[in-house]
Design a protein around this ligand. Sequence first.
Ligand SMILES: Cc1ncc(COP(=O)(O)O)c(C=O)c1O
Length: 319
Amino acid sequence: MYRNLGNFELKIPKIVSKIGFQPSESVSTDLLHGQKVELFIKRLDKIPGESSGNKYFKLKYNLETAKAQGKTQILTFGGAFSNHIHASAIAAKAHGLRSIGVIRGELVYPLNPTLVAAKENGMIFHPMSRSLYKEKYKVQHLKEWMDIYGDYYLIPEGGTNELAIQGTREILDEVDTAFDFICVPIGTGGTFAGLYASAKSHQKVLGFSALKGEFIHQEIRELLAHHKLVGNKEYKLFSNYHFGGYGKISGDLIQFIRNFSDSSAIPLDPIYTGKMMYGIFDLIEQGFFPKNSRILAIHTGGLQGIAGMEQRFNFQLYP
Ligand SMILES: Cc1ncc(COP(=O)(O)O)c(C=O)c1O
């Protein structure tokens, strides 16, 4: 799938715009010069405070609504290494809400770094077998949790709903209208949908799926239709940069992430942003982007997941 990047050397990144907490940094490589394209990275991972990355935007209106509805706790779902579980625990605590995490599969002790942090932020874990987890939204389960824990505000797995998309519409701001391409990793598609909704008509949004399979094309079509976001803007999805599937890695990917981070001082995670960035460089090398294109890659965060991946695969991403 992937060809050698060639002369891959990033120069020191330069902060070119700073809107509140969201500086975009430009990166510069021989490859970019050769292809005459510019690449900027919007560092949502640098958002300080309760939870960073795309999660800040996805949770923002959900937590505000939970409080406005008089709820005192949220209930949400995810795997044991989930960025969403991690961020939900931290953000809920910061908003003065309790959090319950329905975790896919048995809890493994000692807890991994994601769950340790979630627990430290007060999250109560409700483990659910993998087979039952598939039907987690069934009314009987929702009622059972209500009986056990009391009333709660439900946030779906991955956090994508109407209010999450309302939040992710706020990722792009005025200065970003200068870009021709907006690139983002895709899990459930909520971040992609908000970006697509807020992009200008001259911009094309590119989504890089972290999951294996062509289903993502239909899923995104349905998501956009469901939220009435179908418009005359262009988008394109790439389903060939998953490296074997969700949470899977390869030596090639790890080497790329290390090279990129060594040269740019921008850390990437191996589940979402690393795969997207790999895809962007691969596309640049293939000449996908027309000359003089200005590309904006959204750094959606996820760096908390690195420690868990390292533990799981017994390696160090940044030795
Ligand atoms: C770091 C990171 N990037 C991207 C995504 C994908 O976001 P979405 O589920 O909105 O497609 C996620 C998952 O939520 C994530 O944790």
